[in-house]
Design a protein around this ligand. Structure first.
Ligand code: FES
Ligand code: FES
Length: 150
């Protein structure tokens, strides 16, 4: 079946199976920043923005997304670069596998909340697991990104 999507600001008509998940659709269309981890809605590395909201692409059917705007880090290069500057400065970068999902979640948070507290940040990123860290540097970097970048 055909579904019309806006993928990274570009209108696309994609052919999908009725039981196909967005993660597979995106990777099949060369949107390769979107990672596959658990494939079971538990790790967050497949996070994309759907109409601006962080969503696990491994658990949403492409067939149900007619007309939706899908954003990945490929579609937010400038903002993602800004975000990674804070990551680097705070020593939050390790293997990087969780970075795309975390970056999109932080960008969504910046556009949704005014002055979130550290607790708010921790709650908002709860679906984005990182196997390499204890989140201390990541939370510090996100806090500075939200406070200082405009
Ligand atoms: S791959 Fe989607 S949550 Fe882990
Ligand atoms: S930096 Fe390795 S999973 Fe997060």
């Amino acid at each position: 079946m055909k579904v019309k999507l806006l993928i990274n600001q570009r209108p696309r008509v994609v052919d999908v199976e009725p039981d196909e998940y967005l993660l597979d659709t995106l990777r099949r269309h060369d949107v390769l920043s979107v990672k596959r981890g658990c494939d079971a809605a538990s790790c967050g590395v497949c996070t994309v923005l759907i109409d601006g909201k962080p969503t696990l692409s491994c658990s949403v059917l492409s067939a149900r997304l007619e007309g939706k705007a899908i954003t990945t880090v490929e579609g937010e290069r400038e903002e993602v670069t800004r975000f990674y500057t804070y990551f680097g400065d705070e020593g939050a970068d390790q293997c990087g596998f969780c970075n795309p999902g975390l970056a999109l979640t932080a960008i969504s948070m910046k556009r949704t909340f005014d002055n979130p507290s550290e607790d708010d940040i921790r709650r908002y990123i709860v679906a984005n697991l990182c196997r390499c860290s204890g989140y201390v540097a990541q939370v510090r970097a996100i806090k500075r990104y939200l406070e200082e970048s405009s």
